[in-house]
Structure formats: structure tokens, C-alpha cells
Design a binder for this molecule. Structure first.
Ligand SMILES: [Zn+2]
Length: 103
């Protein structure tokens, strides 16, 4: 899995952004990460953002409603592995896209 060592931080960034407790732009919310990882985090976080804010229902399992903080904790505790896999496959996909542009 690419970026394995960074995964705990990346999952945390996704959960913060998706739940809306992040106050800054993704690149500032997760500083000093490779650009491709930040992009993957943004894409996955957008997918996991709950549909009907301010009543937050989980985008993956429809449980809820949660507060922002509650949704953040739910994502990390219940869907940590799903998020990890999504980030990982998103990074792989982006790497191929970039490679295609360079050739
Ligand atoms: Zn859920």
C-alpha cells in the first residue's frame, strides 16, 4: 500500500474535513504531506461528507444523526479501514493520471 506510514494522518485528515470540524483548506489542515496525498484526501473527504447537514448522517452506513464531532469520531472508529483503502486506491489512480501526463 503506498504511503502506508502516512495513513493514520491521512485518515484523520479525511475525517476532519468530511465531518466539517476542519477549519482550514486541506493543504493547511494536513501540512507537509505530498501533493498527491492531499488531493486523495480531498477527494475521499468530499465523498464522505454527509448529505443533509446540519443533520449529519453517515455517507457510508447511513447511521446518525451525528454532531460534527460525533461524525468525526464515527468515521475514524467505524470506517477507518474503509477510508484507508479509499485513500490508497485514490493515490494509485492519481499516480497513473500524473504518469500519463508526463509521458
Ligand atoms: Zn458510518
Amino acid at each position: 500500500m503506498p504511503y502506508e506510514a502516512l495513513m493514520p494522518r491521512l485518515v484523520d485528515c479525511v475525517a476532519r474535513i468530511a465531518s466539517g470540524i476542519a477549519r482550514k483548506a486541506p493543504s493547511e489542515e494536513c501540512p507537509s504531506l505530498p501533493k498527491i496525498a492531499v488531493e486523495a484526501v480531498e477527494l475521499v473527504a468530499n465523498r464522505l461528507a454527509p448529505q443533509a447537514a446540519p443533520s449529519l448522517y453517515c455517507a457510508l452506513c447511513s447511521r446518525g444523526p451525528y454532531t460534527r464531532k460525533g461524525y468525526y469520531l464515527h468515521l475514524k472508529r467505524v470506517h477507518g479501514n474503509d477510508i484507508k483503502e479509499e485513500i490508497s486506491s485514490e493515490i494509485k489512480r492519481l499516480e497513473q493520471v500524473y504518469r500519463g501526463h508526463l509521458e
